[in-house]
Design a protein around this ligand. Structure first.
Ligand code: PEP
Ligand code: MN
Length: 360
């Protein structure tokens, strides 16, 4: 039985973004104990975007987590980003390690961390790299599997984007974790709605969406007084809010077959969405060509409708469609619409004044 597979229920990881003080860690753990979580999280080495901000309490905070284990009987996890972090975490009896998004992008660093774990079989969770690359994510996971770690899970925490007007801190880009699930159906994949959304009000929706898409668990940042948090204040929720979120969570189709089918369906739909986007882009390109042809026709004083050309289009497109087992009737009807639209555009061009003449 895998460490991360708890049967029907999603695997729940909760705790503060950072282990800020001993009191905060134990207060949060006490409040979460009754919420039925599986693993208590807290960052002790914090990867900060800019220098000079709070970077975690380090080894001192590992002692506080060891106490959470002793006093509340909760298993604990921390982020490790250096071999020395691994060594210190193991020394303090940390139960599970996680690799952060900024570390998962770097194969050298991931390998250094994996090497520090040789001969130790501790569960490891690997967050997605900040850039949307399913191979790179899988590569980081495989580095732990190769040195003998048998319990590895992936955590989807969204992807960085530049200056986007997105409503999320990190774009979910669902096709990436879905691709990971398709390639590794055996791998538990969790979702971190806190880092995806960046704001607490949106956390429950993303948590539910992840459940609906067949994710196996959730990592949710939880703080007794979120607004006063030293890191990620806007996205943390209180232990009570977590309790409510978990209670309201609808878990559908817990049978593996249903779960896999749901993932398949989502995967196919994502592919269909991108094919449709291509179709529309191609139609736009075709219309641009039509307009250029319209300008030439105007220059040569030709009619917009050319029966010979239309017959040729129907014949060649029909033949191609039949090769793909598409019905001739369907393709002709589709091309009638497309051709009709082209002719309309060309008529507008023929009727416009000379300003649109073809330039050599
Ligand atoms: C975190 O979990 O607090 C964290 C730093 O996450 P990420 O690596 O996803 O940014
Ligand atoms: Mn955080």
């Amino acid at each position: 039985m895998s460490f991360f597979k708890t049967g029907a229920r999603p695997f729940i990881i909760a705790g503060p973004c950072s282990a800020e003080t001993k009191a905060l860690v134990s207060e949060t753990a006490a409040a979460l104990k009754s919420k039925g979580i599986h693993l208590f999280r807290a960052g002790v080495w914090k990867p900060r975007t800019r220098p000079g901000s709070f970077e975690g309490k380090g080894v001192e905070a590992l002692e506080w987590l060891a106490e959470v284990k002793r006093v509340y009987g909760l298993q604990v996890t921390v982020e490790v980003a250096e071999p020395e972090h691994v060594e210190a975490a193991l020394k303090h009896g940390i139960d599970v390690l996680w690799i952060g998004a900024r570390t998962a992008v770097n194969p050298f660093q991931v390998q250094h961390i994996a090497d520090a774990l040789r001969g130790v079989n501790i569960p490891v969770m690997v967050k997605n790299p900040v850039n949307p690359d399913a191979d790179l994510w899988l590569g980081s996971i495989e580095r732990f599997e190769r040195i003998g770690i048998t319990d590895v899970a992936a955590i989807h925490r969204g992807f960085s984007s530049y200056g986007s007007a997105s409503q999320y801190r990190n774009l979910p880009n669902w096709p990436i974790p879905i691709e990971l699930k398709r390639r590794r159906p055996d791998l538990p994949v969790f979702c971190d709605p806190s880092h995806i959304t960046g704001k607490r009000a949106a956390v429950p929706d993303i948590a539910q969406k992840a459940m609906d898409m067949g994710f196996e668990g959730l990592m949710i940042e939880t703080h007794p007084n979120p607004d006063a948090a030293m890191t990620d204040a806007a996205q943390q929720i209180t232990p009570d809010a977590l309790g409510e979120l978990l209670q309201k969570l609808v878990i559908r189709g817990q049978h593996a077959a249903t779960g896999n089918m749901r993932v398949d369906l989502e995967y196919l739909r994502q592919q269909m969405d991108s094919v449709d986007a291509e179709i529309i882009d191609l139609l736009a390109r075709r219309m641009e060509l039509s307009e250029k042809i319209g300008l030439v026709k105007k220059e040569c004083n030709m009619t917009a409708y050319q029966p010979e050309r239309w017959r040729e289009i129907v014949e060649t497109r029909g033949a191609r469609a039949e090769k793909h087992s598409l019905s001739l009737e369907f393709i002709v009807a589709l091309y009638e619409q497309i051709h009709h639209q082209s002719i309309r555009r060309q008529l507008e061009i023929l009727q416009s004044d000379a300003q649109n003449r073809v330039k050599n």
